[in-house]
Write a protein that binds this ligand. Structure first.
Ligand SMILES: N[C@@H](CCC(=O)N[C@@H](CS)C(=O)NCC(=O)O)C(=O)O
Length: 218
């Protein structure tokens, strides 16, 4: 079987946690990158409907006969394949809730980041929400090294990538929550993550597209 292919825009966006997970899994992969401006049509008018995807979208992966979209479903697929999925009922209960909890905040964040009419007011509202929600994650990580306990799973990557986004948006969201800062450090220091960040596969991109009000960078 050839290398897994990951298709996405040339930003971090929703492919970022997938890239991190592939690296931590030690998977071989290559990327098909679409430029959010110049190559927009290559995706929308060209590839989108031609790949045979059930729900055509970006990001997508093609892994042998498997073709799929939906970034969290992709992460769960990779996690099952590389033994990075939660397994016990208790692990799954914590993992599923955390994934969903983070997803809600992340999508609310994008509404602000891409808001062009009323960005400042939207930012204030988002910060209020994030300041209320992040302490719950901070509490979970007070006793657990990783989200499900003492074992790395894909949901750690979901959380890690989300925390990098929050830190880029407002550093205090992390500095006020010591366990979140420590968690970022723990994941960053994993040998495979460290190797990735020091390799030529690691490309600094913006978190959001060039037409977003908040683009953000690592
Ligand atoms: N529910 C999808 C959302 C995917 C999505 O919103 N993709 C955006 C970029 S983040 C996009 O530009 N999709 C291209 C398209 O609509 O064809 C997921 O979680 O992967």
């Amino acid at each position: 079987m050839g290398k897994l292919v990951l298709g996405y825009w040339n930003i971090h966006g929703l492919a970022s946690p997938i890239r991190f997970l592939l690296e931590l899994a030690g998977a071989e992969y290559e990327e098909e990158l679409y430029n959010t401006i110049e190559k927009k049509d290559e995706w929308f008018e060209g590839k989108k409907e031609s790949l045979g995807l059930l729900y055509p979208n970006l990001p997508y992966i093609v892994d042998g006969d498997v073709k799929m979209t939906e970034h969290l479903a992709i992460m769960r697929y990779i996690a099952r394949k590389y033994n990075l999925a939660p397994t016990t009922e208790q692990e799954i209960i914590v993992s599923d809730q955390t994934e969903s909890f983070v997803f809600d905040i992340r999508f609310r964040f994008y509404r602000t980041a891409y808001n062009t009419d009323n960005y400042e007011a939207s930012k204030v509202e988002f910060l209020e929400l994030a300041n209320k929600k992040l302490p719950y994650l901070n509490n979970l990580l007070a006793n657990n090294e990783y989200v499900v306990g003492d074992r790395l799973t894909y949901v750690d990557v979901v959380v890690y990538d989300f925390l990098l986004l929050m830190r880029a948006f407002e550093p205090e969201l992390i500095s006020k929550n010591a366990n979140l800062a420590r968690f970022i450090d723990t994941i960053q220091k994993l040998p495979k993550m460290n190797d990735y960040m020091n390799s030529n596969r690691w490309v600094k991109r913006t978190f959001c597209a060039p037409f977003a009000t908040f683009k953000g960078s690592m």
